[in-house]
Design a protein around this ligand. Sequence first.
Ligand SMILES: NC(=O)c1ccc[n+]([C@@H]2O[C@H](COP(=O)([O-])OP(=O)(O)OC[C@H]3O[C@@H](n4cnc5c(N)ncnc54)[C@H](O)[C@@H]3O)[C@@H](O)[C@H]2O)c1
Ligand SMILES: [Zn+2]
Length: 362
Amino acid sequence: MPDPVIVRHALGSYPVYVEPGVLARLDGLARDHLADRRVALIADAAVRELYQAERWGPVTWTGETLTVPPGEKSKSRESWSRLTDDLLDRQFGRDSGLIGLGGGMVGDLTGFVAATYMRGIPYILVPTTLLAMVDASVGGKTGVNTSKGKNLVGAFHPPSAVLADPLVLGTLPDREYRGGLAEAVKHGLIADPGYFDWMETQATAIIRRDPPTVARLVLRSVEIKAEVVGEDEREAGRRAILNAGHTVAHALEQTSDYQLPHGEAVALGLVAECEIAERLGIASTGLRSRVAALLDRLGLAVHLPGPLNRGEVLGRMGIDKKNRSAMIHFALAKQIGQMHHDAGWTAAVTVPHIEAALVALE
Ligand SMILES: NC(=O)c1ccc[n+]([C@@H]2O[C@H](COP(=O)([O-])OP(=O)(O)OC[C@H]3O[C@@H](n4cnc5c(N)ncnc54)[C@H](O)[C@@H]3O)[C@@H](O)[C@H]2O)c1
Ligand SMILES: [Zn+2]
């Protein structure tokens, strides 16, 4: 068994087991990490079906299970109240624990139920999407969406352990898998040139979902995210590097009314923000094309299918297109594996540069 990755946070630390077949040890690991608590498993209903059908190996979980319908809509206060009512009806007390089985949607929701139930109970995450393994399960952020926006109600409540079994990714739809890969490319770009090189040489095996290759990718991405979020408070500003590609990505997602999936928006955002870095002279020419080439080999689009309403995208970033001297702060790469840093981890960028980078996406 490989050693788990340890994620440190203000209140302690927790292990992330990245291990093919670890799901089959769910029962035992739940007992280890939730001691003798009464435990309920909260699952995405579609994921639960795959799990019950033993698509990923033997089912060892025999405890109670609650489900929520698949889809981002379930990450809501309505689901939160239904789940907490259900736990109350079943008389779960303060000595209980939870397991969240599914993608980032179920993980964030389960974490938020755990953060608030009886003023906080421990929980374990079993992420089943690539995005949830390499991103959502590491860092302790939990929450739900509201009609005013995503993740607006939540809490910081880290899990007691995370079980990431790369074998479960075999059933993930291509689009979901590729979306997670965009975050892995981000991890290479912001922190590890060797990892980025490795993804370039292994692109075919990554796309084929060769199990040892996928396991290695999940492990390295989890290590990088754990390292960045685990830094002490004085280095807290460095966390901004995890936002690479995301300023543009969030604006594109919103402009598309969330028709553009997050991972696909991140791929475009990384390309646009590398373009900005080149234009500012922070990165040398070639960074953008290298990042775009890797994303393209991994099956991610690096151009938009049609023209963009740039005024709206800028508006979503909080600036008026006509205000040419308005600035936005971006975490920008200097080169593969190294982020720009002077007074802070972000650089101010004016409208013309952002606009030019958006034009380059068309
Ligand atoms: N907490 C954080 O730090 C953090 C970070 C990034 C994203 N997130 C959140 O994560 C959520 C997105 O997560 P996601 O992309 O995992 O979406 P998701 O949980 O909605 O899962 C995507 C789809 O994949 C299906 N699925 C899950 N595992 C599967 C498997 N192994 N095989 C087949 N199908 C499977 C699900 O049923 C669902 O339809 C968003 O709500 C986002 O805000 C949180
Ligand atoms: Zn992201």
